[in-house]
Design a protein. Structure first.
Length: 106
């Protein structure tokens, strides 16, 4: 079971918080950081310049399908980015993260 980070841009704080809380409640991620950023991108042939809030969530590879499904259900974008990034961490953090994801749901 390898560690991953998942990068998920959202339209605003409320959407990022709603998605992060759902992922945490479902034990799909162990933690989710959020930060505001400005994004420049091409969308349907037009250059866009928009503010977004990005979720950077930490999880394990076996949870990725569930993460994608949950994000698609809650996200407002027609085509949300749900980008998986393999990561390595110190042993203590990895143990904590895996323990949090494997605890029984209440």
């Amino acid at each position: 079971m390898s560690l991953i980070a998942v990068y998920i841009p959202c339209k605003d704080d409320d959407e990022a918080r709603t998605i992060s809380q759902a992922l945490l409640r479902e034990k799909l991620v162990a933690c989710a950081g959020m930060w505001k950023m400005n994004s420049l991108f091409l969308w349907k042939g037009e250059l866009k310049d928009e503010d977004e809030v990005v979720i950077f969530a930490k999880s394990t590879d076996d949870k990725y399908e569930g993460i994608k499904n949950q994000v698609r259900e809650l996200h407002s974008y027609e085509l949300p980015a749900i980008i998986k990034i393999p990561i390595e961490a110190n042993e203590e953090y990895e143990k904590w993260l895996k323990n949090e994801l494997n605890q029984q749901q209440e």
